[in-house]
Design a protein around this ligand. Sequence first.
Ligand code: ZN
Length: 224
Amino acid sequence: MCADAGTHEIAPRSGVAFTLDKGDRLIVIDPRGEQVADLLAFNRHDLDEVISSGRTLDYASRIYLTTGDPLYSNRSNVLLRIVEDTVGRHDFLLTPCSADTFRIIYRDADPHHGCFGNLAAALAPYGIAPDRIPVAFNCFMNVPVDAATGALAVEPPLSRAGDRITFEAEADLVVGLTACSAPQSNNGSFKPIHYRIERGSRSGCDGDDPRGRDAVRNASASGA
Ligand SMILES: [Zn+2]
């Protein structure tokens, strides 16, 4: 296991995409606290395979996932596994925030493109079209559910500065990751997200610049 070019920052209300090899670890860090990061993962060799909220929650028989839990694909293969989690509260029910989210829920007249627009822009160079974007795994998002009625709420994240969640890739992946754009999800302020990649044995640590192989694709604020 070796680290690549250190810690990367995703600017507030933006997103990136990059590749992981099987065995690599992705560490998603909330540097200031109370900030959500939407995570998507596609099979790099067949982009029709993507993480599935429905299958994952069905097989877990829980809606809150943490250390040890796998994220299954739409074909019931494990794409990622949570191997460390200092928060213990994340969401895998709600779609990435989008212009439609802000139009319908917030009644914005000129809505921001949200995580959906940022993910679509960052994933486009990999050949992933917006209609392929499913429910994301929303790191640090706090969505309590009333057991009797099923009513859900979006509450401030439980994450504090420096909290993190670590995933291990169980397949070769294209990953999309954001610093979420929704006011309610982030307790009213937009903050950056940090991430690090620890390369597994297949990627090697022989001095090559690992970022040359998987140049991070940034979605600018002008995206989608
Ligand atoms: Zn969002």
